[in-house]
Design a protein around this ligand. Structure first.
Ligand code: ZN
Length: 132
């Protein structure tokens, strides 16, 4: 298993980790298989979405803020239930097909680490399954 260290700077932040995941795939020499990206945190998530126009990630973050506002009067005493809910909405793992040694992402797609309770030091796991 490989990992990617991420130090987030804001409470809510999407960080494009596509190039780091691609490097792990290239270094592995796996040509045909599956790349599993896993977030072992309860207030952060992973998603695949457009990485061409930065306003897309801005809109996703601001809409999630409207859907699940901070301090809405949740039960959880830590005060970060909004972050837990946002993390569950987006999910904790991604599968991307490896085809001819490359991630089979669409032309506009990138892999985002999604922070909802930053700033924090985070670590993402990457597991590759396949043949060289
Ligand atoms: Zn909590």
């Amino acid at each position: 298993m490989d990992s990617i260290a991420i130090n987030t700077k804001k409470r809510n932040e999407f960080i494009d980790i596509t190039s780091q995941v691609e490097k792990i795939v290239k270094d592995s020499k796996i040509k045909d298989g599956l790349c599993v990206v896993f977030c072992p945190h309860t207030t952060a998530a992973l998603t695949i979405n457009e990485n061409a126009d930065p306003s897309v990630k801005k809109d996703i973050i601001s809409h999630l803020e409207e859907l699940v506002p901070v301090g809405k009067g949740f039960s959880h005493s830590e005060g970060n239930s909004d972050a837990h809910i946002k993390a569950s909405l987006l999910g904790s793992s991604l599968n991307v097909i490896i085809e001819e040694g490359n991630l089979a992402l669409g032309p506009w797609q990138g892999i985002y680490f999604c922070e909802f309770d930053g700033p924090r030091n985070r670590n993402i796991y990457v597991k590759l399954i396949g043949e060289k």
